[in-house]
Design a protein around this ligand. Sequence first.
Ligand SMILES: Cc1cc2nc3c(=O)[nH]c(=O)nc-3n(C[C@H](O)[C@H](O)[C@H](O)COP(=O)(O)OP(=O)(O)OC[C@H]3O[C@@H](n4cnc5c(N)ncnc54)[C@H](O)[C@@H]3O)c2cc1C
Length: 249
Amino acid sequence: MRDVCIVGGGVAGLAASIFTARAGLDTLVVDGDDDESILARNASLENYPGFPLGVDARQYLRLVREQADNAGATFHEGRVTGVEPVDEDDLEEGFVLETEDGDSLETRRVIAASWPDSEYLVPLDVGRIQRGSKYMISVDEGGRTAVDGIYAAGRIAGEPHQTIVAAGHGAKVGLAVIHDSDANFYHDWVAPEGYFTGRGREVPPACEEIDDEERRERDDRARERLLEAFEEPLDERPTMHPSVAEDED
Ligand SMILES: Cc1cc2nc3c(=O)[nH]c(=O)nc-3n(C[C@H](O)[C@H](O)[C@H](O)COP(=O)(O)OP(=O)(O)OC[C@H]3O[C@@H](n4cnc5c(N)ncnc54)[C@H](O)[C@@H]3O)c2cc1C
């Protein structure tokens, strides 16, 4: 039984996984094998804070996935087709995710972070909202649905269709899952040595103090990785809208 399964390895799902995995929760990201983040269709991502002239969206996605992997999240390739409670009378027992390939994945909590087609959640009655051809999910401020243990993040939760919003919402829902898993105080922070202890305070749970040598080492590693990632352009074109791609064939 995993602590949390995240349906969808796009921006929101990966951001959620970075937080839950760093908090020590056993985190599995399930992502459709032939599917991809809608962001792969972007031609140049120019409104994500931190990239003054923009960034290749596909390179950005690769780096977010690598970050989730570094944080300790694991990945399963497969399209989720259904989610059912292990015991209908006791949701504390968790849920089983069924995939198109016939895999069954058990988890205590589920974060739906897929595209806005929430078909796989229909049997659970989570509170779906139809918007045109899309089916979003109704959530509270922490991404909690009407069903205990089921959350939704990103576009499927009705958030504005922007990358930074999906990432931020994923992080917020990840924090709600951590909170509901009984971590009362939680700030995933790295602070300079002495920030807490210099005032006679204990380093709070989930916070870390590092000395200057460690800070420089981490900074070196981070810069080296980014320089390597952006040394060459990524030779991948944006994915075209399926109807246009069909016409081109
Ligand atoms: C052409 C285009 C250009 C864009 N340009 C910009 C831009 O410049 N700036 C900006 O801020 N935003 C842009 N966006 C919007 C941005 O891409 C989205 O808002 C963002 O990707 C939403 O993140 P998400 O995690 O909610 O969904 P996604 O990133 O789409 O992730 C959903 C994931 O769920 C997976 N999935 C779906 N169904 C299942 C299932 N049943 N089981 C398992 N996995 C499943 C998919 O494989 C996918 O990886 C653009 C979008 C498009 C289409």
